[in-house]
Design a protein around this ligand. Structure first.
Ligand code: ADP
Ligand code: MG
Length: 238
């Protein structure tokens, strides 16, 4: 069974067709990177997977279930954005447990989940701080903590590192990669950064103007680009 399957997906905003028939399929535990230049439709595709945008045509399947008509909160996903969107008046602990609170997860279970992700992300010492008392990298870790406590079938990341400086970006890249290995989760990660794509992905979908030009593992993308656009964009020699 595939963790995520997208078939003949189309989406338009008014006169503009933003997704022009996308087909993708990944197995459980894969790290799929959607890469392409700004405006090519990456966020729209991710939002359709999340249910924040409706598909025009085609199907989205998560864990073997067609979710086109399933509300975002019932899709068994968790999303991490580039703006961390932490609640400024809440502590780290409250930020992480807030979602569980809303879903009425019993207290002991909340504590257990919190302890697990705090250890995993090494933020145990930060639990009583407010977001304003954290560095950019720490905030990003808290945002990931909030996704992790949900223990979802699918993690969705939309350029989560683009607000960080170059050095921290490389560090966090490695951290997310390690996290992926450790918990064996399925992740879909949007970036416009070729190096991020090459270093993190088990599979890459290179997008251009609403189409997937190539869907393959990093080595194949680099050594055998399917189109001139892929070759140029991914930086391989022509
Ligand atoms: P990317 O994430 O790759 O930069 P997006 O998916 O955000 O690209 O956008 C793809 C195209 O769709 C762009 O031309 C953008 O202007 C347009 N677009 C995105 N969201 C909307 C919206 N809500 N309404 C109208 N046009 C949109
Ligand atoms: Mg985007």
């Amino acid at each position: 069974m595939s963790a995520l399957r997208i078939a003949r997906l189309r989406k338009r905003f008014g006169a503009q067709e933003v997704l022009k028939g996308i087909d993708l399929e990944i197995g459980s535990g894969e790290f799929l990177v959607l890469v392409g230049p700004s405006g090519c439709g990456k966020s729209t595709l991710l939002n359709v997977i999340a249910g924040l945008e409706k598909a025009g045509e085609g199907t989205v399947e998560i864990g073997g279930r067609v979710v086109n008509d399933v509300a975002p909160k019932d899709r068994d996903i968790a999303m991490v954005f580039q703006s961390y969107a932490l609640y400024p008046t809440m502590t780290v602990r409250q930020n992480i447990t807030f979602g569980m609170e809303c879903r009425r997860v019993p207290r002991p279970q909340q504590e257990e989940a919190l302890a697990r992700v705090a250890r995993l992300l090494q933020i145990e010492a930060l639990l009583n701080r407010k977001p304003s008392q954290l560095s950019g990298g720490q905030r990003q870790r808290v945002a990931m903590g909030r996704a992790l406590v949900r223990d979802p079938m699918l993690f969705l990341f939309d350029e989560p590192l683009s607000n960080l400086d170059a050095k921290l970006r490389v560090e966090m890249r490695m951290e997310i990669k390690q996290l992926h290995r450790r918990i064996g989760a399925t992740m879909v990660y949007v970036t416009h950064d070729q190096i991020e794509a090459m270093t993190m992905a088990t599979r890459i979908a290179v997008m251009h103007q609403g189409e997937v030009q190539q869907f393959a593992d990093p080595e194949t993308i680099y050594n055998r680009p399917a189109t001139l656009f892929v070759a140029r964009f991914m930086g391989a020699p022509p």
